[in-house]
Design a protein around this ligand. Structure first.
Ligand SMILES: [Zn+2]
Length: 264
């Protein structure tokens, strides 16, 4: 699928990399132009740093992750972590639609607006904004301010919605050749990776895991834990298709209207 433009729209730095990093790296390697949009500045994602400290490093971490994936650029939408639900839905939709029109994006990656049991309000908010924006970006009367600024309506043709559970998964992408790029991209988000291991320890202790198994885990030395965790998750998905590693999606693409089915 060379020459397509791919736009990943995430709520937080690390969302796309955890759920779709291997697939995004694979598409970039195949010649697609891949861009990352991140709606918030991750400024609540730590037990150790202040909001200001987190905001200061959000862009540089995202740019390092984009480089690891072979992406061409990063767009920060500038909202506060955990407060995406306070952003007026049409404002967020307009921001995503503007990027779709500006980049002429063919392929979209994001959280699934229809996935059940999603507990993060930012994930739900960006999922709906992205679904709404990419369903109507070809209609000129939606956000006409974009057209007044020289952009054109644009028709999106493919969607890869992250599939956290088995909910409607219909596409497993073999990422065996890009697992290393996915991990490097994740490691770029140092604060988020430390947070991930910090939370892993809290969860393990709350669940009654014996302290002797946890005492030596240093969250600042996160690579072995992220490596082991992702190889387990993506390895289990890969086993379903006979691959070493895979990522899972609810995939949609434009199909010919039923009236023209016999033309193909
Ligand atoms: Zn997130």
């Amino acid at each position: 699928m060379s020459e397509k433009v791919v736009l990943s729209v995430a709520a937080h730095g690390d969302d796309a990399e955890f759920s779709a990093g291997g697939t995004l790296a694979k598409l970039a390697g195949d010649g697609c132009d891949v861009y990352l949009a991140i709606a918030t500045d991750n400024d609540r994602g730590s037990f150790r740093l202040s909001n200001e400290e987190l905001r200061d490093i959000a862009r540089s971490e995202a740019e390092a992750a984009a480089a690891a994936l072979g992406a061409k650029g990063v767009f920060m939408l500038g909202h506060s972590d955990g407060h995406l639900c306070d952003v007026k839905r049409t404002v967020l939709r307009g921001q995503v639609m503007r990027l779709v029109r500006q980049l002429k994006a063919d392929v979209i990656f994001s959280w699934d607006p229809f996935a059940p049991f999603e507990d993060h309000p930012d994930h739900r908010a960006i999922a709906w904004a992205t679904s709404d924006a990419t369903s109507f970006s070809h209609l000129p009367l939606y956000h006409p301010e974009h057209l007044a600024q020289g952009l054109e309506p644009h028709y999106v043709t493919e969607w890869y919605w992250y599939s956290k559970a088995d909910w409607k998964t219909n596409k497993l992408v073999d990422i065996s050749d890009t697992m290393d790029e996915k991990l490097e991209a994740l490691y770029s988000y140092q604060c988020q990776m430390v947070l991930t291991v910090d939370e892993f320890l809290i969860q393990a202790r709350a669940a009654g895991v014996d302290e002797s198994r946890l005492a030596d885990i240093d969250p600042t030395d996160y690579r072995p834990w992220i490596d082991a965790g992702m190889r387990r998750v993506n390895g289990n998905l890969g086993a379903k298709i006979g691959a070493t590693y895979a990522e899972a999606f609810r995939y949609e693409c434009v199909e010919a209207p039923a009236l023209f089915e016999d033309a193909f």
